[in-house]
Design a protein around this ligand. Structure first.
Ligand code: FES
Ligand SMILES: [Fe+2]
Length: 428
C-alpha cells in the first residue's frame, strides 16, 4: 500500500533525509551540539521538578485496551512516583475510565487484585463494604442511616482523566488537563493512523526496578550507537548501514514534544543457525519480518501498511522506527511486530522499566517456536541494555562525570532533554 508524507503539522518539521543530509543536529539549531549537563540526571531538586511539572501534567500511557475488553473488566496500575494506585475499568457503556483506587470512606484500596472482571460492574471495598459502580459512583454502604448528612452523590471515587488512542490507554494526573490526548499527541494521531495494533494481540512483558535515574533509563533506548558494541553477542549487525558504517539513522523528525527516528536494516545479517530456523518456522511475513527481509525472501507484493510516520522515507533498508512519545512512552513499529517501553521515575536514583513485545497469535507449533525466538531475543537485548544503567548512576553519584558527550545520532537524547527543559521553564 502506498502512502505519502502528510503536510507539515505544527509539531513536525520534516528535514532533508539521508543520504543528502548526513548530520541531523545542525538541522535543529535549537539543540546545542555541546556536551550535555548531567545535573538533571542526578539532582533531587530536578527530580521533584520532573515529577511535578512534567509527570503530573502530561498524558501518561498506562496499558492496552485489550486488558479491558468486556464491561466489568478492570486493571489496577501502581504509580509509585505519586505513591498511588490507579483503577482502570471498562463500564457497561464500554467506556474505559480511571480512578484513584482509594475508598472514600477511610482510604482502603477498593480493588486489591491486579486484573479481573466484575460481572456486576460493582466494586466493594472489603474494609467496611462501600460499593462503587463502574462510573465511580458510590452506590451502597452498610448502615447508611448512621452516616449523618452523607450525600452519596458527592462521594464517589476520585476520577482521573482517561482517554484511549489506538487501544493505548492514557491517564493524566492533572485534575484539569490543559489539552486533550489528541491535542497532546501533536499530529501523531493522524500520522500513525492505520498501524495494525489490533492484529498483534499477544503481549510478552518484562518489568524491573533499576537503581538509576529515569533519564538514564530513558536514554538507554533512544539511540542505536551502542548496537555494535553492547549488543555484540545478540544483534551486532542488525542496524548496520553497509553504504556508510558510521550512519545507522536514516531519518529523524523532531517536534515540539515528541520525536522519531528511522533505522537501517542490514540486508546481509550474518544469521545464526537458530535464527534461520526461527525464520523457517514462520514465513507468514508477520513474525521475524526483519530476518526474512534480511534473508532476501521478503515479498514486497503485500507489505504491511505503513502510515506517514512509519518509515517516512519509504526506504527498502528500513528496519524499525523509534517513536518517542514524551515523556516516557517509547513505541517501536517493526515489520510485523511492535515493541513498547515505559520508563517510570520512582525516586531520584530509582526507576521502573517495563518492556513489551506485541506479536500476532500463533496458528501452529512452528509459529509458537518463532514467536518464542523473537521473545527471547528481545529479552536478551534488554538484559544487555539494563546491564549498564546502575554503573552510569554510580558514575553520576561519584561526582566524576559532569557532562555527557553526545554524537549526532544520539539526537533523540538531546531532544528529549530539550522538551523536559521546555516543560520546566513552563514554555509547554
Ligand atoms: S475504607 Fe473502604 S469501606 Fe471503609
Ligand atoms: Fe540496546
Amino acid at each position: 500500500m502506498k502512502a505519502s508524507r502528510t503536510a507539515n503539522t505544527p509539531d513536525h518539521q520534516p528535514r532533508p533525509s539521508a543520504p543528502e543530509a548526513k548530520l541531523w543536529t545542525p538541522q535543529y539549531p535549537e539543540l546545542s551540539t555541546k556536551p550535555l549537563s548531567t545535573e538533571p540526571y542526578l539532582s533531587p531538586q530536578w527530580f521533584e521538578r520532573d515529577k511535578e511539572l512534567i509527570f503530573r501534567k502530561v498524558w501518561l500511557h498506562m496499558g492496552r485496551a485489550e486488558e479491558l475488553v468486556n464491561p466489568g473488566d478492570f486493571a489496577v496500575k501502581e504509580l509509585p512516583l505519586f505513591n498511588t494506585s490507579i483503577l482502570l475499568v471498562r463500564g457497561k457503556d464500554h467506556v474505559i475510565r480511571g480512578f484513584h483506587n482509594v475508598c472514600r470512606h477511610r482510604g482502603n484500596r477498593v480493588v486489591e487484585l491486579r486484573q479481573g472482571n466484575q460481572p456486576t460492574c460493582k466494586f466493594t471495598c472489603r474494609f467496611h463494604g462501600f460499593t462503587y459502580d463502574s462510573e465511580g459512583k458510590l452506590v451502597g454502604l452498610p448502615e447508611e442511616s448512621k452516616f449523618l448528612g452523607l450525600d452519596k452523590a458527592e462521594h464517589g471515587l476520585t476520577p482521573i482523566a482517561t482517554d484511549v488512542w489506538e487501544g493505548f490507554v492514557f491517564i493524566n494526573m492533572d485534575p484539569e488537563p490543559k489539552e486533550t490526548l489528541k491535542e497532546y499527541m501533536c499530529g501523531y494521531v493522524e500520522q500513525l493512523k492505520g498501524l495494525p495494533f489490533d492484529q498483534l494481540p499477544v503481549c510478552y512483558s518484562y518489568e524491573t526496578d533499576i537503581n538509576c535515574n529515569w533519564r538514564i533509563l530513558r536514554d538507554s533506548q533512544l539511540e542505536m550507537y551502542h548496537i555494535k558494541t553492547l549488543h555484540k553477542l545478540s544483534v551486532p549487525d542488525y542496524i548496520e548501514n553497509l553504504r556508510d558504517p558510521d550512519s545507522h539513522t536514516h531519518h529523524v523528525e523532531l517536534g515540539k514534544r515528541h520525536g522519531m527516528a528511522s533505522w537501517f536494516l542490514n540486508p546481509e545479517i550474518a544469521m545464526r543457525p537458530v535464527e534461520a530456523l526461527a525464520l523457517q518456522a514462520d514465513r507468514t511475513k508477520i513474525i521475524n519480518g526483519p530476518l526474512e527481509r534480511a534473508s532476501g525472501s521478503w515479498s514486497t507484493e503485500t507489505p504491511l501498511y505503513q502510515p506517514p510516520l512509519v518509515n517516512p522515507t519509504r526506504t527498502k533498508d528500513w528496519f524499525l522506527d523509534y517513536i518517542f512519545i514524551f515523556p516516557n512512552f517509547h513505541l517501536l513499529p517493526f515489520e510485523g511486530l511492535y515493541i513498547t517501553h515505559h520508563m517510570w521515575p520512582v525516586a531520584p536514583g530509582r526507576s521502573h522499566w517495563e518492556a513489551r513485545i506485541y506479536l500476532p497469535r500463533a496458528k501452529n507449533a512452528s509459529q509458537v517456536f518463532a514467536r518464542e525466538y523473537s521473545r527471547i531475543q528481545a529479552r536478551e537485548v534488554w538484559l544487555e541494555d539494563g546491564s549498564t544503567l546502575e554503573h552510569m548512576q554510580q558514575a553520576l553519584e561519584s561526582g566524576v562525570l559532569k557532562e555527557y558527550l553526545l554524537q549526532d545520532q544520539e539526537i533523540l537524547i538531546r531532544h528529549a532533554n530539550r522538551v523536559c527543559e521546555d516543560y520546566l521553564r513552563r514554555v509547554l
